[in-house]
Write a protein that binds this ligand. Sequence first.
Ligand SMILES: *Cc1c(COP(=O)(O)O)cnc(C)c1O
Length: 369
Amino acid sequence: MTAHDRATGILTIDLDAIADNWRRLAARAPGAEAAGVVKADGYGLGAAAVARSLRQAGCKTFFVATIDEGIALRPIVGDARILVLGGVLPGTGADFIGHGLIPVLNSLEQIGLWSGFAQAAAKTLPAALHLDTGMNRLGLDRAAIDLVVDDRRRLAGIDTMLVMSHMACADEPEHGKNPEQLAAFQSMSESLALSTPRSLAASSTIFLGPDYHFDLIRPGAALYGLNPVPGQPNPMRPVLRLASRILQVRDVDTPQTVGYGASHRFKSKGRVATVAFGYADGLFRSLGNRGFGVIGGIKVPVVGRISMDLTTFDVTAVPPEHVHAGAMLELIGPDHDCDQLALEAGTIGYEVLTALSRRYLRDYIGGNG
Ligand SMILES: *Cc1c(COP(=O)(O)O)cnc(C)c1O
């Protein structure tokens, strides 16, 4: 038997759809370069496969979160630029240089480290500067920027190749914080007077309009098919299918219950399908008695709690020919997307994607092999 025939949970990832989403986003910001954010193993879908496919589509700049993600990405993307969002930490300078990684400098401390490293090596080293325009997470605030402006020697040895910031509320287009952060970014970046390319837009920010595009856009979520404009039709191509096998089907009747805690009680005769995935595969326990799957084109509710490796669905409404041991039940797909599942779980699509387990068989389609 092949691994594919044997597999219980199968994750199908459409690399052509990811590349196409990248092109769609690039087309929305015609004056800007489109980068690709592949941190957290490409949002759980496999950074290597994703980056290879984006590289082929023409992506020349990649963002990761950690140095090790950058090191792993280097042989995949050839001479493309790799920026590390977490920035430089004491002692990591040689790793950045050895693997051609560019730190995003988030604080005066990081600027000092990188500048010191460049001067010690008698080199000019590239870096991005991250400005904090309202997230209060990472980045230079106005006081830190003033210190840099007052003493330019702080940037000695640093080739600032990008000035960037990150938006807090871009998925709410009417939120007052959006224009506030835009204005702060304009004025803070201008006070640096660096004639450097600028970047403000992650996925949702791209859809706030051209004022927000600047010179480089940095989409992540939308590449992977998540809806960057919640509440409106999703402009992205679907990327993901997640299905798992039914292990057993049983007839039930009142007053039986299902699963741990006996949290679901049957009110009438029905059928339950037990499917081979659970919270160890990234199905949040909050989906218990709240989530849905799809089989034979029919939406079926989760009944009972999510177990580690098993989830039970009420399949009473589905014609019996679709429901048998070995048949696949879809949890994520065109009829029930990742954003919808996230809503049922009380979270966001980002968390659903990055929680997908390594236990699934990963089936990559497209991407020129
Ligand atoms: C994660 C991240 C992105 C990508 O955000 P999406 O909402 O997934 O498009 C862009 N910029 C920074 C600084 C990030 O941390």
